[in-house]
Ligand binder design. Structure first.
Ligand SMILES: NC(=O)c1ccc[n+]([C@@H]2O[C@H](COP(=O)([O-])OP(=O)(O)OC[C@H]3O[C@@H](n4cnc5c(N)ncnc54)[C@H](O)[C@@H]3O)[C@@H](O)[C@H]2O)c1
Length: 383
């Protein structure tokens, strides 16, 4: 993908933001765009180019009392369609939102028209987060190693909604080229994102005395290094978006850490170590990316006992923990489950809606970054 196509859509999306969310900005084949910017090579730096473009953009909006339906760059054979929805951006015939109208953002509509991406979105917590964000009125990219699962979920959600509310993307979060390609696709389809949820994770339980190094490294690669790689490329895109907005567009990166990121987990060191590590990364990335108006936070859910990670009859944690003797005296899977429920003051496993509530809180909260928000039913209490 040529470099201009990589950075222009997020910048233009930023220009369309009202501080809360931007329009969908889709790369389209178009002749005669409503507004044409001078070619970036006429300017010396991205900073200067973006500043000059923003002035032209604002002048157009003020003069016409509307957003341009499409934006092009002199000398290039592609343009960007703008719209409140995907459909609107792709036909590029006009934007139904007025740039001068001040939208009222409330708790109830905080995710409305926001664009999110959820890694590991094809099943488990990720699937629940995807469904929750769509139910809140957002558009969600479902990014997963399991391409078929992501595509099936996107199809189901789009059919249920009767319009495009989700799109599937393939990604391996342990691979830089794959994450970069995923975010390039996002730039071409929607300009960029409001919320990036780094949720993909794996778990292999085992005694430190027995665990194979390759198993330890597998968990670390996905759960820890994957968050670094995702933030590297998502951070670049969100920073460009904010640059287009002139520094007033606050966006979010959230990692799904775990209760095991807040306290050790017996015979589960690889996982707990990686999850503790994501909180260190969260705090460090938050300090750096605040200058790009990006908040970085972690959500630390308790055990999702109804999800496939725990309940899968062949490879689930109930089966694994029974086999490794992690719960003393447990003879059946039900014994293991009851032992885990009994540890929770609110007396049940964590559910996906509990995690979605935490995400909406983080997005709505404009005065917090670098935090690890527990969602554990009281099982872990912060000091
Ligand atoms: N299940 C729990 O009890 C629990 C509790 C606290 C935190 N978490 C965390 O929540 C997140 C989701 O867990 P889950 O229980 O839903 O897991 P899950 O195994 O049900 O789903 C994980 C998803 O991630 C995808 N994935 C795995 N490796 C990937 C990779 N390299 N690149 C892209 N996608 C990949 C899988 O295909 C799958 O769709 C994880 O980070 C996990 O650590 C889970």
């Amino acid at each position: 993908m040529d470099n201009v196509k990589r950075w222009v859509p997020p910048v233009v999306r930023g220009m369309t933001s009202d501080g809360e969310t931007g329009l969908v900005v889709s790369v389209i084949d178009a002749s005669g765009p409503a507004l044409t910017f001078p070619h970036p090579i006429d300017k010396q730096s991205i900073d200067e180019t973006v500043h000059a473009w923003r002035q032209l953009f604002n002048e157009y909006c003020t003069k016409n009392n509307s957003y341009p339906a499409s934006v092009g760059i002199a000398g290039l054979d592609w343009a960007l369609g703008l719209g409140v929805t995907f459909e609107e951006a792709q036909v590029a015939q006009g934007v139904s939102r007025n740039p001068l109208e001040k939208r009222v953002i409330t708790r109830a509509n905080i995710m409305q028209n926001k664009i999110s991406l959820v890694t590991g979105g094809a099943q488990g917590f990720g699937e629940g987060i995807v469904k929750g964000l769509v139910a809140e009125g957002g558009f969600v990219y479902i990014a997963d190693l399991n391409r078929a699962g992501a595509e099936a979920l996107a199809l189901q959600l789009n059919e249920e909604a009767g319009r495009q509310v989700a799109s599937a993307l393939f990604v391996d979060v342990t691979n830089e080229a794959s994450v970069e390609a995923m975010l390039d696709k996002v730039a071409l389809q929607s300009g960029s994102l409001d919320l990036f949820v780094s949720n993909a994770g794996v778990l292999k339980a085992g005694s430190v005395k027995e665990m194979a190094l390759k198993d330890f490294q597998f968990v670390t690669d996905v759960d820890y290094t994957g968050f670094f790689i995702c933030t590297k490329f998502a951070g670049r895109q969100l920073a460009l978006q904010n640059m287009g907005s002139g520094g007033k567009y606050l966006t979010d990166i959230v990692t799904i850490s775990s209760k095991s990121g807040l306290e050790g987990s017996n015979k589960n060191g690889a996982y707990a170590g990686a999850k503790f590590g994501t909180i260190g990364l969260t705090q460090s990335f938050a300090l750096e990316l605040v200058t790009d108006n990006i908040k970085v936070n972690a959500v630390c859910p308790g055990n999702f006992l109804d999800g496939p990670l725990w309940s899968d009859p062949d490879r689930g944690l109930f089966v694994q923990y029974l086999a490794t003797g992690k719960v003393p005296g447990a003879k059946t899977i039900e014994d293991v489950r009851r032992a885990y429920e009994a540890k929770v003051p609110l007396n049940r496993g964590c559910r996906t809606e509990d995690v979605v509530r935490a995400l909406c809180y983080i997005v709505e909260q404009k005065y917090e970054t670098g935090q690890a928000v527990p969602v554990t039913g009281g099982q872990v209490m912060l000091n």
